[in-house]
Write a new protein. Structure first.
Length: 254
């Protein structure tokens, strides 16, 4: 059996050590690590690139490489950013970027199932946890269902606000996730480099009366978030392998 490449061995050893360190810990530089493992700096660089891709370390130009903050795993539940952060014992916050009332237009109108000439609230917020920027939210809400919204405190959880003020409870959503590279404005807001990877999540939310209530696009820092999706096709597999219809499609060799 072939031995694993040297950089993978170094990456595995450093990973075990990093898991014992606190986020923000400064790691040894390439020269020191190359001396420690008796390898070239290029081999060390490959190992560090592996750790960076795994989200375990983050490099800051001119300062060094640090143990990264743990990623936050988003699950497919109807929970707000505020609830997600509180569940992880982080202090949530929001910085208002803009709040306007605009025509829905064809795309927003289609998603919210309203006329494109109807107006919607557009709420853009920078979401923060423990004073660290985490994601940018742009939410569209139909004005006809939410009178007086602009007079309220929109730094709090919108889901809580919708229920407490308007008795609107979101119970269903469809989410669409894709990878993007951050434009300069987004990168500046999220305190990362332009063109850094991010996850763009578009959510269409429906309330208990089956009305379309929200269209939210959230841009998450890829170094701080990942998404967990559970797929369970046990029942389908059991039906396929135990039913006569499923068996008749499988030839059995003698």
């Amino acid at each position: 059996m072939m031995a694993a490449p040297k950089y993978q061995e170094i990456s595995a050893q450093l990973q075990a050590e990093i898991l014992e360190l606190t986020p923000g810990t400064l790691l040894p530089n390439e020269r020191d690590l190359a001396s420690r493992f008796a390898v070239s700096r290029m081999t060390v660089r490959q190992a560090m690139q592996t750790l960076t891709a795994a989200g375990l370390v983050t490099a800051v130009r001119g300062h060094g490489t640090f143990v990264a903050d743990p990623r936050i795993t988003k699950q497919p539940t109807m929970s707000s950013f505020t609830q997600d952060m509180l569940a992880r014992k982080l202090r949530p916050g929001a910085r208002m970027l803009s709040v306007t009332q605009v025509p829905a237009g064809p795309v927003i109108g289609r998603d919210l199932e309203i006329d494109e000439a109807a107006t919607v609230f557009r709420v853009e917020r920078l979401r923060i946890a423990d004073q660290n920027p985490m994601c940018i939210e742009v939410t569209y809400l139909p004005t006809a269902l939410l009178p007086g919204l602009l007079e309220l405190d929109l730094t709090m959880s919108l889901y809580e606000l919708l229920f407490n003020r308007y008795r609107i409870r979101l119970i269903h959503s469809d989410a669409y996730i894709r990878a993007v590279a951050l434009a300069r404005r987004q990168a500046d807001l999220l305190a990362v480099k332009p063109r850094s990877p991010a996850l763009l999540v578009r959510v269409l939310g429906q309330d208990h009366r089956k009305r379309m209530i929200e269209r939210t696009e959230t841009t998450y820092r890829a170094d701080r978030f990942d998404f967990r999706i559970t797929i369970d096709d046990t029942e389908q597999r059991e039906d396929h392998f135990t039913s006569p219809r499923g068996l008749e499609n499988h030839a059995v060799s003698p």
